[in-house]
Design a protein around this ligand. Structure first.
Ligand SMILES: Nc1ncnc2c1ncn2[C@@H]1O[C@H](COP(=O)(O)OP(=O)(O)OP(=O)(O)O)[C@@H](O)[C@H]1O
Ligand SMILES: [Mg+2]
Length: 322
């Protein structure tokens, strides 16, 4: 388990010219605590400049925090960064970190050497990884002839070359087409569920975070402003519940009656008719009342469900309130 508490990072930059030149402190991360469990995918969200990259750099030990604690599987990560480096890897979107003139095999061999993977293990691992990402046929082909998706798949293989326990994914699907990014999301899920990797993911695609993440941290100006599952974040953000009710042969009269009955139960109820059926919003959980009312009114329900807000709606709402 990764446990980081009260991480803070202040950059010192020089501003001004000549004699007026002085140091200025930038508090990129003010106070961030987070946990990453093995087998889980954790999302890190925040607008540009919120502190995501600085946080990832501290968690990957590229930067040491100004203050705070960081422990990975009982190892003090700030004291022993080299121990941490063996256990982690990072996959960033785009086509960085891959050598185009080299073949897929040569690239992985090179990175395996950097991580000191013993040669006999490395040989076997490269073959397994190329198979995992579906590039076994391209083993000896120079990367410059690869499509974007193939390069990205090679990035995944590269990120797994040291068999890391934790993976940091910085916008891994950026610039990929729908099919390749779907494939990549499936790989990411596979790594968490079947290979028990702990994964931290940043992405500007809300649907991707929604699909993949077990838990989400939202950053703003170097602080954590919200955290939770998609469901918890929605419940925390919206105080009204939205229902969709579709009836067989509904009329204005029926709608009025339903509205009156529900209003007696919760004075905040509002009904909105549309082509889909009736949208109902309420302060309370009225699902039981709703089905009771319909049955007492003698109308048959075709479909009834509580509308789950999408992560995107929740984030927009949180941004409005901030
Ligand atoms: N090396 C640095 N020196 C000085 N200030 C920096 C440095 N790196 C980042 N910052 C500042 O720290 C703050 C947080 O930046 P960071 O890159 O962590 O944000 P981010 O959430 O990753 O943003 P983005 O979505 O744009 O990638 C910003 O105000 C940025 O200008
Ligand atoms: Mg960034």
């Amino acid at each position: 388990m990764i446990k980081a508490e009260h991480l803070k990072k202040t950059y010192t930059v020089k501003v001004g010219k000549g004699l007026k030149r002085k140091n200025q402190q930038i508090e990129a991360v003010k106070d961030i605590s987070m946990q990453i469990d093995k087998g889980k995918i954790i999302g890190l969200l925040g607008i540009n400049g919120a502190g995501k990259t600085t946080t990832i750099k501290m968690l990957t030990t590229l930067l040491s925090p100004t203050s705070g604690t960081y422990v990975m599987d009982d190892i003090d990560a700030i004291k022993y960064p080299t121990e941490i480096k063996k256990r982690i890897n990072m996959i960033a979107g785009g086509e960085r970190m891959i050598y185009w003139r080299l073949t897929a095999y040569e690239n992985l061999w090179y990175y395996g050497q950097i991580y000191n993977v013993p040669n006999h293990i490395l040989k076997k691992r490269i073959d397994e990884l190329l198979e995992l990402v579906g590039l076994e046929q391209k083993k000896n082909v120079p990367v410059e002839t690869f499509s974007k998706g193939m390069k990205q798949r090679l990035q995944i293989a590269r990120g797994l070359i040291n068999n890391p326990e934790y993976l940091f994914l910085d916008e891994p699907t950026i610039g990929l087409d729908a099919i390749v990014s779907k494939e990549l999301r499936n790989h990411i899920k596979h790594l968490a569920i079947n290979e028990n990797k702990g994964i931290l993911l940043t992405s500007h695609y809300m649907s991707e975070i929604e699909e993949l993440c077990d838990y989400i941290y939202i950053l703003s100006e170097g602080m954590l402003i919200k955290q939770g599952t998609t469901k918890e974040l929605a419940a925390d953000t919206f105080n009204r519940k939205e229902y969709v009710l579709k009836l067989y042969a509904y009329t204005n009269d029926i709608t009025k009656n339903i509205e009156n009955r529900l209003r007696a139960f919760d004075s905040s109820v509002t009904l909105l008719e549309n082509s889909e059926g009736i949208n109902i919003s309420s302060n309370k959980n009225i699902s039981l009342e709703l089905s009771k009312t319909c049955s007492e009114e003698g109308v048959f329900i075709k479909e009834m469900y509580e509308k789950e807000p999408r992560l995107e709606d929740t984030i927009m709402q949180i941004a409005k309130e901030a």
